[in-house]
Design a protein around this ligand. Structure first.
Ligand code: ADP
Length: 365
């Protein structure tokens, strides 16, 4: 596992909002999520590092430019709607061609995130550049991310996009908190009826593909764009709008998912995983000296994924005939993912879950 990078001083949690391509509403989600977290009473910053289309200044109606602090060592973020905001848009010349931006911005990134006097923040929301290529990866490697959100639209290609996004966060050792399905259907402004333009991306498909939940579905709503263009996000202008409420639920879900993954990170971690194929047993040695062991059939039957367990209700044992374990990999700092010979690999076994099921009769054998 990669060494932990130094945290941003004063910043408790960093959440990266990413998408496989531009125009899916990543910035809209980042901005409205930041406001919804603010509405939970949290101190929130927004770092807009989308070099290809920095939109925070417009979406938040910021006209001023950031200024350095008294010692000329750090830049002060700009305050807008109660958020501390820094955007590549403040630094980039609108006319500079996009091809220049990559190299220029890569060298400026460190200063961008670390050279800003963020102050004390509960959350820093990062509006990432679209894509999972080098630019996004380099940016994300500058600071340790506590969680990633993937924004997608429910077209056919979207599932492949989501999987690529999840793979990027895995490379960064960052837990994927979940997926936001944006532009999921159209709500008629006259009759209020909903029309699924592309057919909804199913929560089952998503959690089966990456073991992370669909945290919110945001329909196409004209006011969301209008308020964004006007510099007063919908969550500010109309907090009671159903879409604003969806963002508020998203903020709560993000907070819960972060708490869960940091609790997992605070507990013991596996230090060694041994698979005795002959005996059909997996042994895990933990950083606190504990040792747990599992029959392969017990491990498979207690697979926690939504495909095995469905949604809601108690987790139950789902037996599979002669399961064959083929691989095991770490996910972030909180879970292991097991792959099986029948192609099943969607179960993310959090460390706390692994410790819990070790006590169950099916795992003890
Ligand atoms: P990205 O950051 O992925 O490039 P943006 O957030 O800038 O995407 O959104 C692209 C455009 O789509 C913007 O004009 C935005 O206001 C609009 N938009 C985003 N989500 C929605 C939505 N759910 N309903 C209506 N318009 C939306």
């Amino acid at each position: 596992m990669q060494a932990r990078q130094e945290k941003l001083p004063g910043v408790a949690n960093i959440v990266a909002v990413s998408s496989a391509k531009g125009g899916v509403g990543k910035s809209t989600v980042a901005v409205n999520l930041a406001i919804a977290l603010r509405d939970l009473g949290r101190k929130v910053g927004l770092a807009d590092v989308d070099i290809y289309g920095p939109s925070a200044p417009i979406m938040l109606g910021v006209n001023e430019v950031p200024v350095p602090d008294a010692e000329q060592r750090m830049m002060n973020p700009v305050s807008a709607h109660g958020l501390q905001v820094m955007s590549m848009g403040f630094l980039l010349d609108e006319n500079s061609p996009a091809v220049w931006r990559g190299p220029v911005v890569m060298s400026a990134t460190k200063q961008f995130l670390r050279g800003v006097a963020w102050g004390e923040l509960d959350y820093l929301v990062i509006d990432m550049p679209p894509g999972t290529g080098d630019v996004a990866l380099t940016l994300a490697q500058e600071v340790p991310l506590d969680g990633g959100l993937i924004v997608t639209t429910p077209q056919d290609v979207a599932l492949a996009d989501v999987t690529r996004g999840a793979a990027m966060f895995r490379r960064l050792n960052t837990p994927v908190l979940g997926v936001v399905g944006n532009m999921a259907g159209y709500i008629c402004p006259d009759c209020g009826e909903r029309d699924d333009l592309f057919g909804s991306l199913s929560a089952e498909e998503i959690s089966a593909a990456l073991g992370a939940p669909l945290l919110a579905e945001i329909p196409i709503v004209e006011q969301l764009r209008e308020h964004g263009d006007r510099g007063t996000p919908l969550t500010v202008a109309a907090p009671n709008h159903p879409v604003s409420q969806a963002f508020q639920r998203l903020a709560v879900a993000v907070e819960e998912a972060l708490a869960e993954s940091s609790a997992a990170a605070a507990g013991p971690e596996p230090t060694r995983i041994l698979h005795d194929e002959q005996a059909g047993v997996v042994k895990i040695e933990w950083s606190d000296g504990r040792e747990t062991s599992y029959t392969v059939s017990g491990l498979r039957g207690w697979c926690p994924c939504a495909q095995c367990q469905g949604h809601g209700g108690e987790t139950s044992f789902v037996p599979v005939d002669n399961p064959e374990l083929v691989a095991c990999e770490g996910v972030g700092r909180y879970a292991l993912r097991f792959s099986w010979a029948d192609g099943h690999s969607t179960g993310m076994y959090s460390y706390s879950y692994l410790l819990e099921i070790a006590e169950l009769p099916e795992c003890k054998g």
